[in-house]
Design a protein around this ligand. Structure first.
Ligand SMILES: [Fe+2]
Ligand SMILES: [Fe+2]
Length: 276
């Protein structure tokens, strides 16, 4: 199917008067089967940026949550204010109590609303751990099997269980895949599962090697040097036509990807449009 994906919220904005940046991600997807939103940012910029970019959030048929972190789910309530009743596709762990540790005191980084509040505003949750089709041609990976030994994620992201902070394996992290005439378009939220684990799983499940484009948050910024080096190396084995990075990639890692991919690399910031 055809898709037009517009970056609505992201850490940076270039040459878009009136648009705002925030640490977070949201991507508006116009498809043959309606308009969907992948993530919603922190909620501070999504309404403003939709107005600036000429995007009518009232047309959103469903929201997809890549994972539970506040910088992806904080905009759910402001968007529900606009859409009213709407489907929200997510992993069953969406409302887990998660904290970032290692700062002055543990900081809550989960969904900043209760499930009851969001349901009262019209959220119709659809939870699954499985690889599933949302509408024909638009897929959601569900839990991504962790197969590499170097994609270990972040030690300081934890879940609170009986008063103890345990490392959060972030099994709720998932990505979107769109089947287009040009090949697969992979849209990553934060990719805590690891970009190599994620792309390998998508190629296996979809039975297609050609990735027309991979866009979104790669999570190659905050990880260990070892994970970053090995992931960048392993990326070369994939048939990726274009790569457009956002959010948790970080400028340092983005510049390495730019060197590796040349003209096939681009930034996905607020206002960037990818059509396929
Ligand atoms: Fe994030
Ligand atoms: Fe995240």
């Amino acid at each position: 199917m055809k898709i037009k994906a517009t970056i609505l919220c992201e850490n940076s904005v270039f040459h878009r008067p009136g648009a705002l940046a925030e640490h977070g991600l949201s991507i508006f997807m116009e498809t043959d089967h309606g308009n969907y939103l992948l993530d919603t940012g922190q909620g501070k910029t999504i309404i403003n940026n939709a107005l600036v970019l000429g995007i009518d959030l009232r047309t959103v048929r469903g929201m997809i949550m890549s994972h539970h972190h506040f910088d992806h789910t904080g905009g759910i309530a402001p968007v529900l204010n606009v859409t009213g009743s709407v489907d929200i596709y997510a992993h069953p762990d969406l409302f887990k109590e998660s904290y970032k540790i290692g700062e002055k005191r543990p900081r809550y980084i989960g969904v900043p609303y209760t499930r009851a509040l969001l349901e009262g505003m019209g959220a119709e949750f659809s939870f699954s751990r499985e690889f599933r089709q949302i509408v024909p041609g638009l897929w959601l990976t569900g839990e991504v099997p962790r197969r590499t030994d170097y994609e270990r994620g972040d030690e300081n992201q934890t879940v609170k269980s009986e008063g103890v902070y345990l490392k959060d394996g972030l099994l709720d992290d998932q990505s979107v895949v769109v089947e287009t005439d040009k090949g697969l378009l992979v849209i990553l939220g934060c990719c805590h599962s690891g970009i190599i684990n994620t792309l390998s799983y998508i190629v296996e499940k979809m039975g297609q090697r050609h990735l027309h484009a991979v866009i979104g948050g790669t999570h190659l910024g905050p990880v260990s040097d070892e994970q970053r080096d090995k992931s960048l190396d392993a990326l070369r084995a994939f048939d990726i036509e274009r790569i457009g990075v956002s959010h948790c990639t970080g400028l340092k890692t983005a510049s390495r990807l730019a060197a590796a991919f040349g003209d096939r690399f681009f930034f996905c910031n607020v206002g960037t449009v990818v059509e396929a």
